[in-house]
Design a protein around this ligand. Structure first.
Ligand code: ADP
Ligand code: MG
Length: 255
């Protein structure tokens, strides 16, 4: 097996929790970027968030795992108000992967995954290394464990970043345009890995421009524009029977 294509993950099962955002408002100075936005990801389901650049998609994701301060609204994880949770605990329970992988350049793939386990989870080194190796296997990169990011393709680096997030055993995974910076031929492998996670029961909120992925993998597609959720529903409804003029216009531009 080569690792140019990820192995279908090992059929691992995940314990996804529900995640819900209610009436989120966030402002940057004079600009209200989220103006009462809602989002519901039931346990084990996939929500894809689509919408034009600047509509507030990234801000919404960052709000979900406590990276943005909101002026009002609630985020509930497994039914529990996250404002009472320690932010470090919250970020272990909700993993996030970004467009730019944010790996440590001078560390190997294995060290990148191990580090979070020893520092955040306080896991003993041997156990952390064994766990990290297993997560790299899950994303089809066991044979690249000793490589540094520069020695890996963009797709492989992104899979290391996903393995690092999975090592925390999150209940929800957030993905913010994780394939947007990849060369076209590397996109598919990352999307396949994400589809595997979805099949394994992970709760996922995925901001993406990959409409094919949204159509195939999402349980719900959320269309955001100008800081609000304009329309949400199953992919067939959003793509084949869009209700609002704004969604129709957006789809005409991207499809
Ligand atoms: P999207 O991800 O949909 O492209 P963002 O959530 O990144 O949109 O941004 C929504 C709006 O908020 C944009 O107008 C952006 O310029 C603005 N914005 C995002 N982050 C900040 C920030 N830290 N300070 C000021 N404005 C911001
Ligand atoms: Mg964004």
């Amino acid at each position: 097996m080569t690792s140019s294509q990820p192995a279908a993950t090992t059929g691992r099962r995940y314990r996804g929790s529900s995640l819900e955002a209610r009436d989120i408002r966030i402002r940057f100075g004079p600009l209200e970027v989220l103006r009462g936005a809602d989002l519901l990801a039931p346990a084990g389901k996939v929500v894809c968030v689509i919408g034009p650049s600047g509509s507030g998609k990234s801000t919404m994701l960052r709000c979900l795992n406590g990276l943005e301060t909101r002026t009002s609204g609630q985020v509930l994880l497994d039914g529990e108000d996250t404002s009472t949770l320690d932010v470090n605990v919250l970020r272990q329970r909700i993993g996030m992967v970004f467009q730019h992988f944010n790996l440590f350049p001078h560390k190997t793939a294995l060290q990148n995954v191990t580090l979070a386990l020893t520092t955040v989870k306080k896991m003993p080194k041997d156990q952390a290394t064994a766990t990290a190796m297993q997560r790299l296997k899950d994303v089809g990169l066991a044979d690249r464990s000793g490589h540094r990011p520069a020695q890996l393709s963009g797709g492989q680096q992104q899979r290391v970043a996903i393995a690092r997030a999975l090592a925390m055993e999150p209940e929800v995974m957030l993905f913010d345009e994780v394939t947007s910076a990849l060369d076209p031929e590397l996109v598919k492998g990352v999307l396949q890995l994400m589809a595997d996670l979805a099949r394994g029961g992970m709760t996922m909120v995925v901001v993406t421009h990959e409409m094919g992925f949204a159509r195939q993998v999402a349980d719900t597609v959320v269309f955001m524009d100008a800081g609000v959720v304009v329309e949400a529903g199953p992919p067939e409804q959003i793509f084949d029977a869009p209700g609002s003029p704004r969604l129709k216009k957006f789809l005409a531009q991207v499809l």
